[in-house]
Design a protein around this ligand. Structure first.
Ligand SMILES: [Zn+2]
Length: 500
């Protein structure tokens, strides 16, 4: 827990300019590891997916995974990077128990992809994030510190290491420092990771589940006095594991660093830990310089020399990227960029798209997902996509409303049934008896009872105050418990009070 004092964000911005930067690690979804044939399946018994290569045993020799190299190049192409014609792996030397070899096989001065960019949108404004590099490396094993209350090494009485993750291909995507975002720095950081995640999903190179650690972010933040030409000292908040946390980590560091600078002290260049529970960061180790790692080219692996023809083939095979897809869908659905941004923020683009594909109109699909369903998700404290209703079921519900079988109010009751696992909408309408009443004897009786029960209102309508009919419609809807069709009821009342 941090006991640092904090400055209000509004106040931070009157004196300081933030510069952010993001280093994102993505575990690729290849079948086998980066330099050996071990399986990459998540959740296996500890140390059951290892071999002499990924355990770093003497005499074992690595061989690079071609599928991982291809995925890395595709990521680079999607980010508009230059693809190297000559690239090498390098040894990054450091000692830690989760690195069995005593070094991580990574890339240093000869990465596969450089000089790309990704445009992200926040509140209708576009920010260009320059990508410095995309390189390929291997993941580390996983330390488990036992006996302490925090799960960190401090306070633990012993540690265990699981090497199943050691050697899984890991792509690191590094942005250039991003200046000029001002008050929007936390949101830009989040929007960047969100968009990157969408791209990785579209490429199908990773499952990008942040909660499983497929996608991990190191968030760099620094502050410089407004108008200063130099950038401030940055901190690196490690392994931030959710989109929301990316935003919170930047916001917290801005507020904390401002307090440090206000006190006339210097920001320490260090790595920091993010705490999900409090949204704060705390000091980790002081940051190593590249020289501390004694990088040198990996002598056991041949250089990678992607040929132009192969790269162009990969470029031609890229899927439609999320930004282009959103542009196309906006046109097809007849909505503005702002309306599309709402759908993106709600995580509803795919859901609406699938609902439309299942036969609903785009307007109805959007109305349901952003309205009633968003409200249910919010009440349940869950994401839209985790609601127990499929786009096909939503389309069916919309179809029942359009056909006049149920009205909006009954549709909400039918949705209750679907969410409770009672089956598809039509089945719930049937089993719960939700269909709109036709012009039955029961409805005629309800209409006549409403007129008799409200003689003064009926008299007003007869006398020409037509809008007073609403009260009578309401009375009928009440006695029929919402099962009547309001338009039908209104027409039946008019026939009795006006047309006669
Ligand atoms: Zn292995």
């Amino acid at each position: 827990m941090s006991t640092d004092t904090l400055v209000d964000l509004d106040e931070v911005l009157t004196r300081y300019e933030p510069v952010i930067g993001l280093e994102t690690h993505v575990e690729l979804g290849t079948e086998s590891k980066m330099f050996c044939g071990c399986s990459t399946t998540f959740g296996a018994e500890p140390n059951t997916q290892t071999c002499p290569v990924c355990l770093g045993l003497p005499g074992s020799l690595p061989a690079a995974n071609a599928a991982a190299i291809e995925s890395t190049i595709r990521i680079g192409l999607a980010l508009g990077c230059r693809i190297a014609t000559w690239s090498r792996f390098a040894r990054k030397n450091y000692f830690y128990p989760d690195i069995p070899k005593g070094f991580q096989t990574s890339q240093y001065d000869e990465p596969l992809c450089t000089a790309g960019h990704l445009d992200v949108e926040v509140d209708g404004e576009t920010y260009r994030v320059e990508i410095e590099r995309v390189h390929l490396e291997e993941d580390t094993g996983k330390n488990l510190h036992v006996g302490g209350s925090t799960g960190r090494i401090h306070g633990a009485d012993h540690s265990l290491v699981d090497y199943n993750r050691a050697g899984i291909p890991l792509v690191e995507i590094v942005t250039c420092p991003i200046p000029g975002t001002g008050a929007k720095a936390p949101e830009v950081a989040r929007a960047y990771v969100t968009e990157l995640r969408e791209i990785l999903l579209a490429l199908g190179v990773s499952e990008v589940r942040m909660e499983q650690g497929n996608l991990r972010c190191d968030v760099n933040t620094s502050l410089a006095p407004v108008g200063s030409l130099d950038w401030g000292t940055r901190t690196e908040t490690k392994n931030v594991n959710s989109l929301r946390s990316v935003e919170r980590a930047v916001r917290f560091e801005m507020r904390r660093q401002a307090a440090v600078l206000d006190a006339g002290e210097r920001v320490v260049q260090e790595t920091r830990h993010f705490h999900e529970d409090t949204g704060s960061t705390s000091a980790g180790r002081s940051k190593e310089e590249a020289t501390d790692y004694r990088y040198f080219p990996e002598p056991d692996l041949v250089p990678i020399a992607p040929d132009e023809e192969g790269v162009e083939k990969l470029r031609a095979g890229l899927p439609e990227l999320p930004a282009a897809r959103r542009g196309r869908l906006s046109q097809e659905w007849g909505i503005s960029a702002t309306e599309m941004a709402w759908l993106v923020n709600a995580g509803a683009v795919e859901l609406v798209s699938d609902t439309v594909a299942a036969g609903a109109s785009p307007t109805d699909a959007r109305k349901w997902w952003l309205g009633e369903l968003a409200r249910r998700a919010n009440d349940a404290g869950t994401d839209l996509g985790e609601l127990a209703v499929t786009p096909a079921q939503v389309a069916e519900l919309i179809g029942l409303v359009s056909a006049g079988t149920i009205n909006d109010q009954l549709a909400r009751q039918a949705l209750d049934g679907v969410l409770a696992g009672e089956g598809d909408p039509a089945a719930v309408v049937e089993s719960r008896g939700l269909a709109v009443m036709g012009e039955s004897d029961e409805l005629v009786a309800a209409v006549e009872a409403a007129i008799e029960g409200n003689p003064d209102v009926a008299e007003k309508v007869r006398g020409g105050k037509v809008q007073a009919i609403g009260a009578l419609v309401g009375a009928v809807m009440k006695t029929t418990r919402g099962k009547a069709d309001a338009a039908t009821v209104k027409r039946m009342l008019e026939e009795r009070l006006i047309d006669s």
